[in-house]
Design a protein around this ligand. Sequence first.
Ligand SMILES: Nc1ncnc2c1ncn2[C@@H]1O[C@H](COP(=O)(O)OP(=O)(O)OP(=O)(O)O)[C@@H](O)[C@H]1O
Length: 535
Amino acid sequence: HTDREEDYRFLHSMLMEKKLHLLFKIHERLRRFEKRSPAPVLEHAASLASEVRDSLQTSFADRQTQTLSSSYRCCILLAVHDAVAQRDFEPRLPPIPDDALEDDEDSVKIVSLVKTKDPLGATIKRDKSTGAIVVARIMRGGAADKSGLIHEGDELKEVNGVPLEHRKPKEILTLLQKHSTLSPQLFMQALFDYDPNDDPTVPSKDAAVAFKRGDVLRIVSMEDDTWWQACHLGDSNTRAGLIPSQQLHERSPIATSLFTPRRVKPPGPSVSFPAGLRRSFRLGRKSSLAREAARSRRWSTGVHSSICPPTYKEVIPYHRDPRDRHRLVVLVGPSGVGVNELKRRLLISDPDHFGVTVPYTTRERRRQETEGVDYHYVSIHKFEEDILNHRFIEYGRYKGHYYGTSLDSVHRVMAEGKVCLLDVHPNKIKHVYTSEFKPYMVFVKPPRIDELRLTRRRDFEDMINLAETIESQCGHLFDKVIVNGDMAEVLRELKVDLEKVEEADVQWIPAKWTVREAFCQNAVQNRDANKITVH
Ligand SMILES: Nc1ncnc2c1ncn2[C@@H]1O[C@H](COP(=O)(O)OP(=O)(O)OP(=O)(O)O)[C@@H](O)[C@H]1O
């Protein structure tokens, strides 16, 4: 109300405010500026300043200018000016192809749809007047709809480079179907936790996807070397988001700082037992010999040291038929952590469901022992023949006698319809890490050192070091990592986990266990193969 004295004074003082006038001026300038693209007066201010500095005489004023222009801040400012001035911030458009003008006024889109098992979700028909193949209908929620790239009325020109001219709709459908059913999806299991909020390098936190180790992600695009696009599994409605590519994560300072594998002391000279002897043959017997054997065994990292942090593992869904054999359950851990104890307790908890292998030996059977229960007793000749025929997962020699766990014994337990529990030395994992056994890999980790001190009588430092080494070298192979603190609790957790795996509709296994591996890799290379040119 300008008639009110108070309001009038307020308005007057506001309009007379100097800052407001300055703001108007800035606004005016910017408006003018908007209309013309700003261009730098010169692009090499820094070198010009240096020339000026050199040519100045020694008068007082010259010296002042010289000091100013050679100051560190001034040099940096000019260098920044030049860097900005030399860059072209205008969007660069590709040159118009020569033949584009001849192409009437139509626009051609190349649409790249990532292959999935789902149908395309679009129907096509022939336009009676022009004879062209056009998109008749887009199914809501289908691949075409979700892509937002294809619309009703669009004319289809080619599919994967195959021209559609003069083709019958039936032929075209086959072409489309062929490409969509041939298209395996790419799944990656994360081997690390990722939270975009902790990542200063992510281009946009909102556009990124957070995940935890073990999560399975469907990869939507790998076109960018640094940022892939992926969706969480099961969330069919969630949009794809950015995740660091394998390459990027391997280089990431966060990953490398989190992943600093410690070097373990090399084994002492007294390693008299080849890896794999102890656990396989001493279930239920806690002989001092076996303990000694276990103690003398150490796993060196010297030769295997790896510096890459774990990233992703390509996995594929596995739908287990109830008639199929159970997956092998492999337990791995540093000596003394309690792998054997865990195996023994699992077995006792449900002997009809779980089974363990019976080891082979060349030593004499003792009075209280039973063939096929404590050991399979075989001759040295037979044992050595089996070694040559690669029938052992692990074997060793102690006091002139051989001991070992054979592949056959694993098969035998599995053939009984039981879940075979096997503990192996990390070096021997490769023998069972195959599609034949489809092992579910469990890593048994020691708890904190103070907890270990209360429950174990061992060399804790060594155990913890060894656990770290195993995790850094084989971490990508483990499906489950369990900390062996409270035994009852650990046993419960492991049983629940194993039950879940057995009951799951879909289990995730490494892609390399199937023949599809080669095909999937091929598909990754040809991910943009399913191109539909829509007119
Ligand atoms: N969670 C636990 N709490 C307390 N003691 C444990 C636990 N797990 C294992 N132990 C004890 O630790 C000792 C070593 O366990 P176990 O023999 O199973 O180790 P291992 O991993 O098989 O190694 P090794 O083959 O060297 O013996 C055993 O005396 C066992 O009873």
